[in-house]
Design a protein around this ligand. Sequence first.
Ligand code: CA
Ligand code: CA
Ligand code: CA
Ligand code: CA
Length: 394
Amino acid sequence: MATILRLLPACSRDVLAACAVAGSLAACTQNTGTFKHDDSDPGTDSDSGPFDTGTVDTSDTDGDLDDDGYTPEEGDCDDSSVYASPAREEDTNDGADNDCDGRVDEDWTGVDVAYYNSAGSSSIFSLDAIGRVTDEYTLDNSCGPVWLDHRDGPLSDGTDEWVINNNYAAVAVVARDGTCTDVGDFSDADVYPYGVFGVAAGLDGTIYAATLDNLVVVAEDGTLTSVASWKCNFEAVADHELAAYSLAVDPSTGVVGLFGYFGAFATYDPSSGVFTLLAAENWETSTLNTFSGAHKDGGGWYSPAVDGATGAYGIYKFNLEEASWVQQEEWSDEDWAPFMLAIDGDEGDYYVTANAGWFYTVWRVVAGDGYAAQLYSSDGTVQSRAFYGIVSNY
Ligand SMILES: [Ca+2]
Ligand SMILES: [Ca+2]
Ligand SMILES: [Ca+2]
Ligand SMILES: [Ca+2]
């Protein structure tokens, strides 16, 4: 009782009057929310009251146990630590996921890029944060990387293998000595009339592939299993939902994002097996072509897209409430057609492969002001090559 009385000055005169009417100080506590006085952990003040009582918390009903302003539903990935919430910066040395993006102690170091060659050996090369080539891996001649992801998925440490779309016909795993092994054969046109497009690895290393009309899991023994399908019909636009062209994975939830070629967007949650079509597309009157995409750490699905009416390019984000794409950045140089996207999860900047004639580039588009500059470019001497898939390294 003494401790409660000590807090009375915090109660305004009017509130106290209301308390008197209600007949108890307990009512005052509940009505005003000014002071809660129970804790679940003796020695630590874990509720929103000003002190620790060492008794079990039965009154902290706001769901934010560590009082950092976020409940677990609002994205607090550790509701027992004020050093973890969506509002915090990552501390790269404490072994915890401070910014609640699913990555622990992450530090973005650059990108890996698929360097496709239609007339010789392709490669995968690594760029550091200022555009220097730090590694290049020459692939078998049988191997043409289009889409590219880390074999270990979004939480890769950057030393693993890659998973690629091999010439639109197969999914292959590429070792760091350049050995390329097909693990999924999509060349049977009766089963896969469109071939195969985007590939991505999930949190547990599951390999996903997009075939326009199915999401397929590729087992390393070559077994292909459709885990979701939808209407993809280029004969009747009214009977068409989605032409899934690219995939990305949310590192905090493992949810797979499916980017339709004509602006559709869908998700697949491996933990529940639920496929959700969030926006369908119309290939006859397409307003936006979203042929690739990536997930931004901390939330959001993004695509380097082209406006179907004006032909203008930009970086777009999928607005989950409105179920539509919203432009975030303009693409300033129309000579360069953006193709695929990686995002620096620390700064939020966009890295886009783009090709123009014989020149192939990786652009950095600065988040928030749209400033774009070439991070790296080919020398323009080889016609048969192009930069395609791109993935971030941490
Ligand atoms: Ca919290
Ligand atoms: Ca927290
Ligand atoms: Ca993190
Ligand atoms: Ca950390």
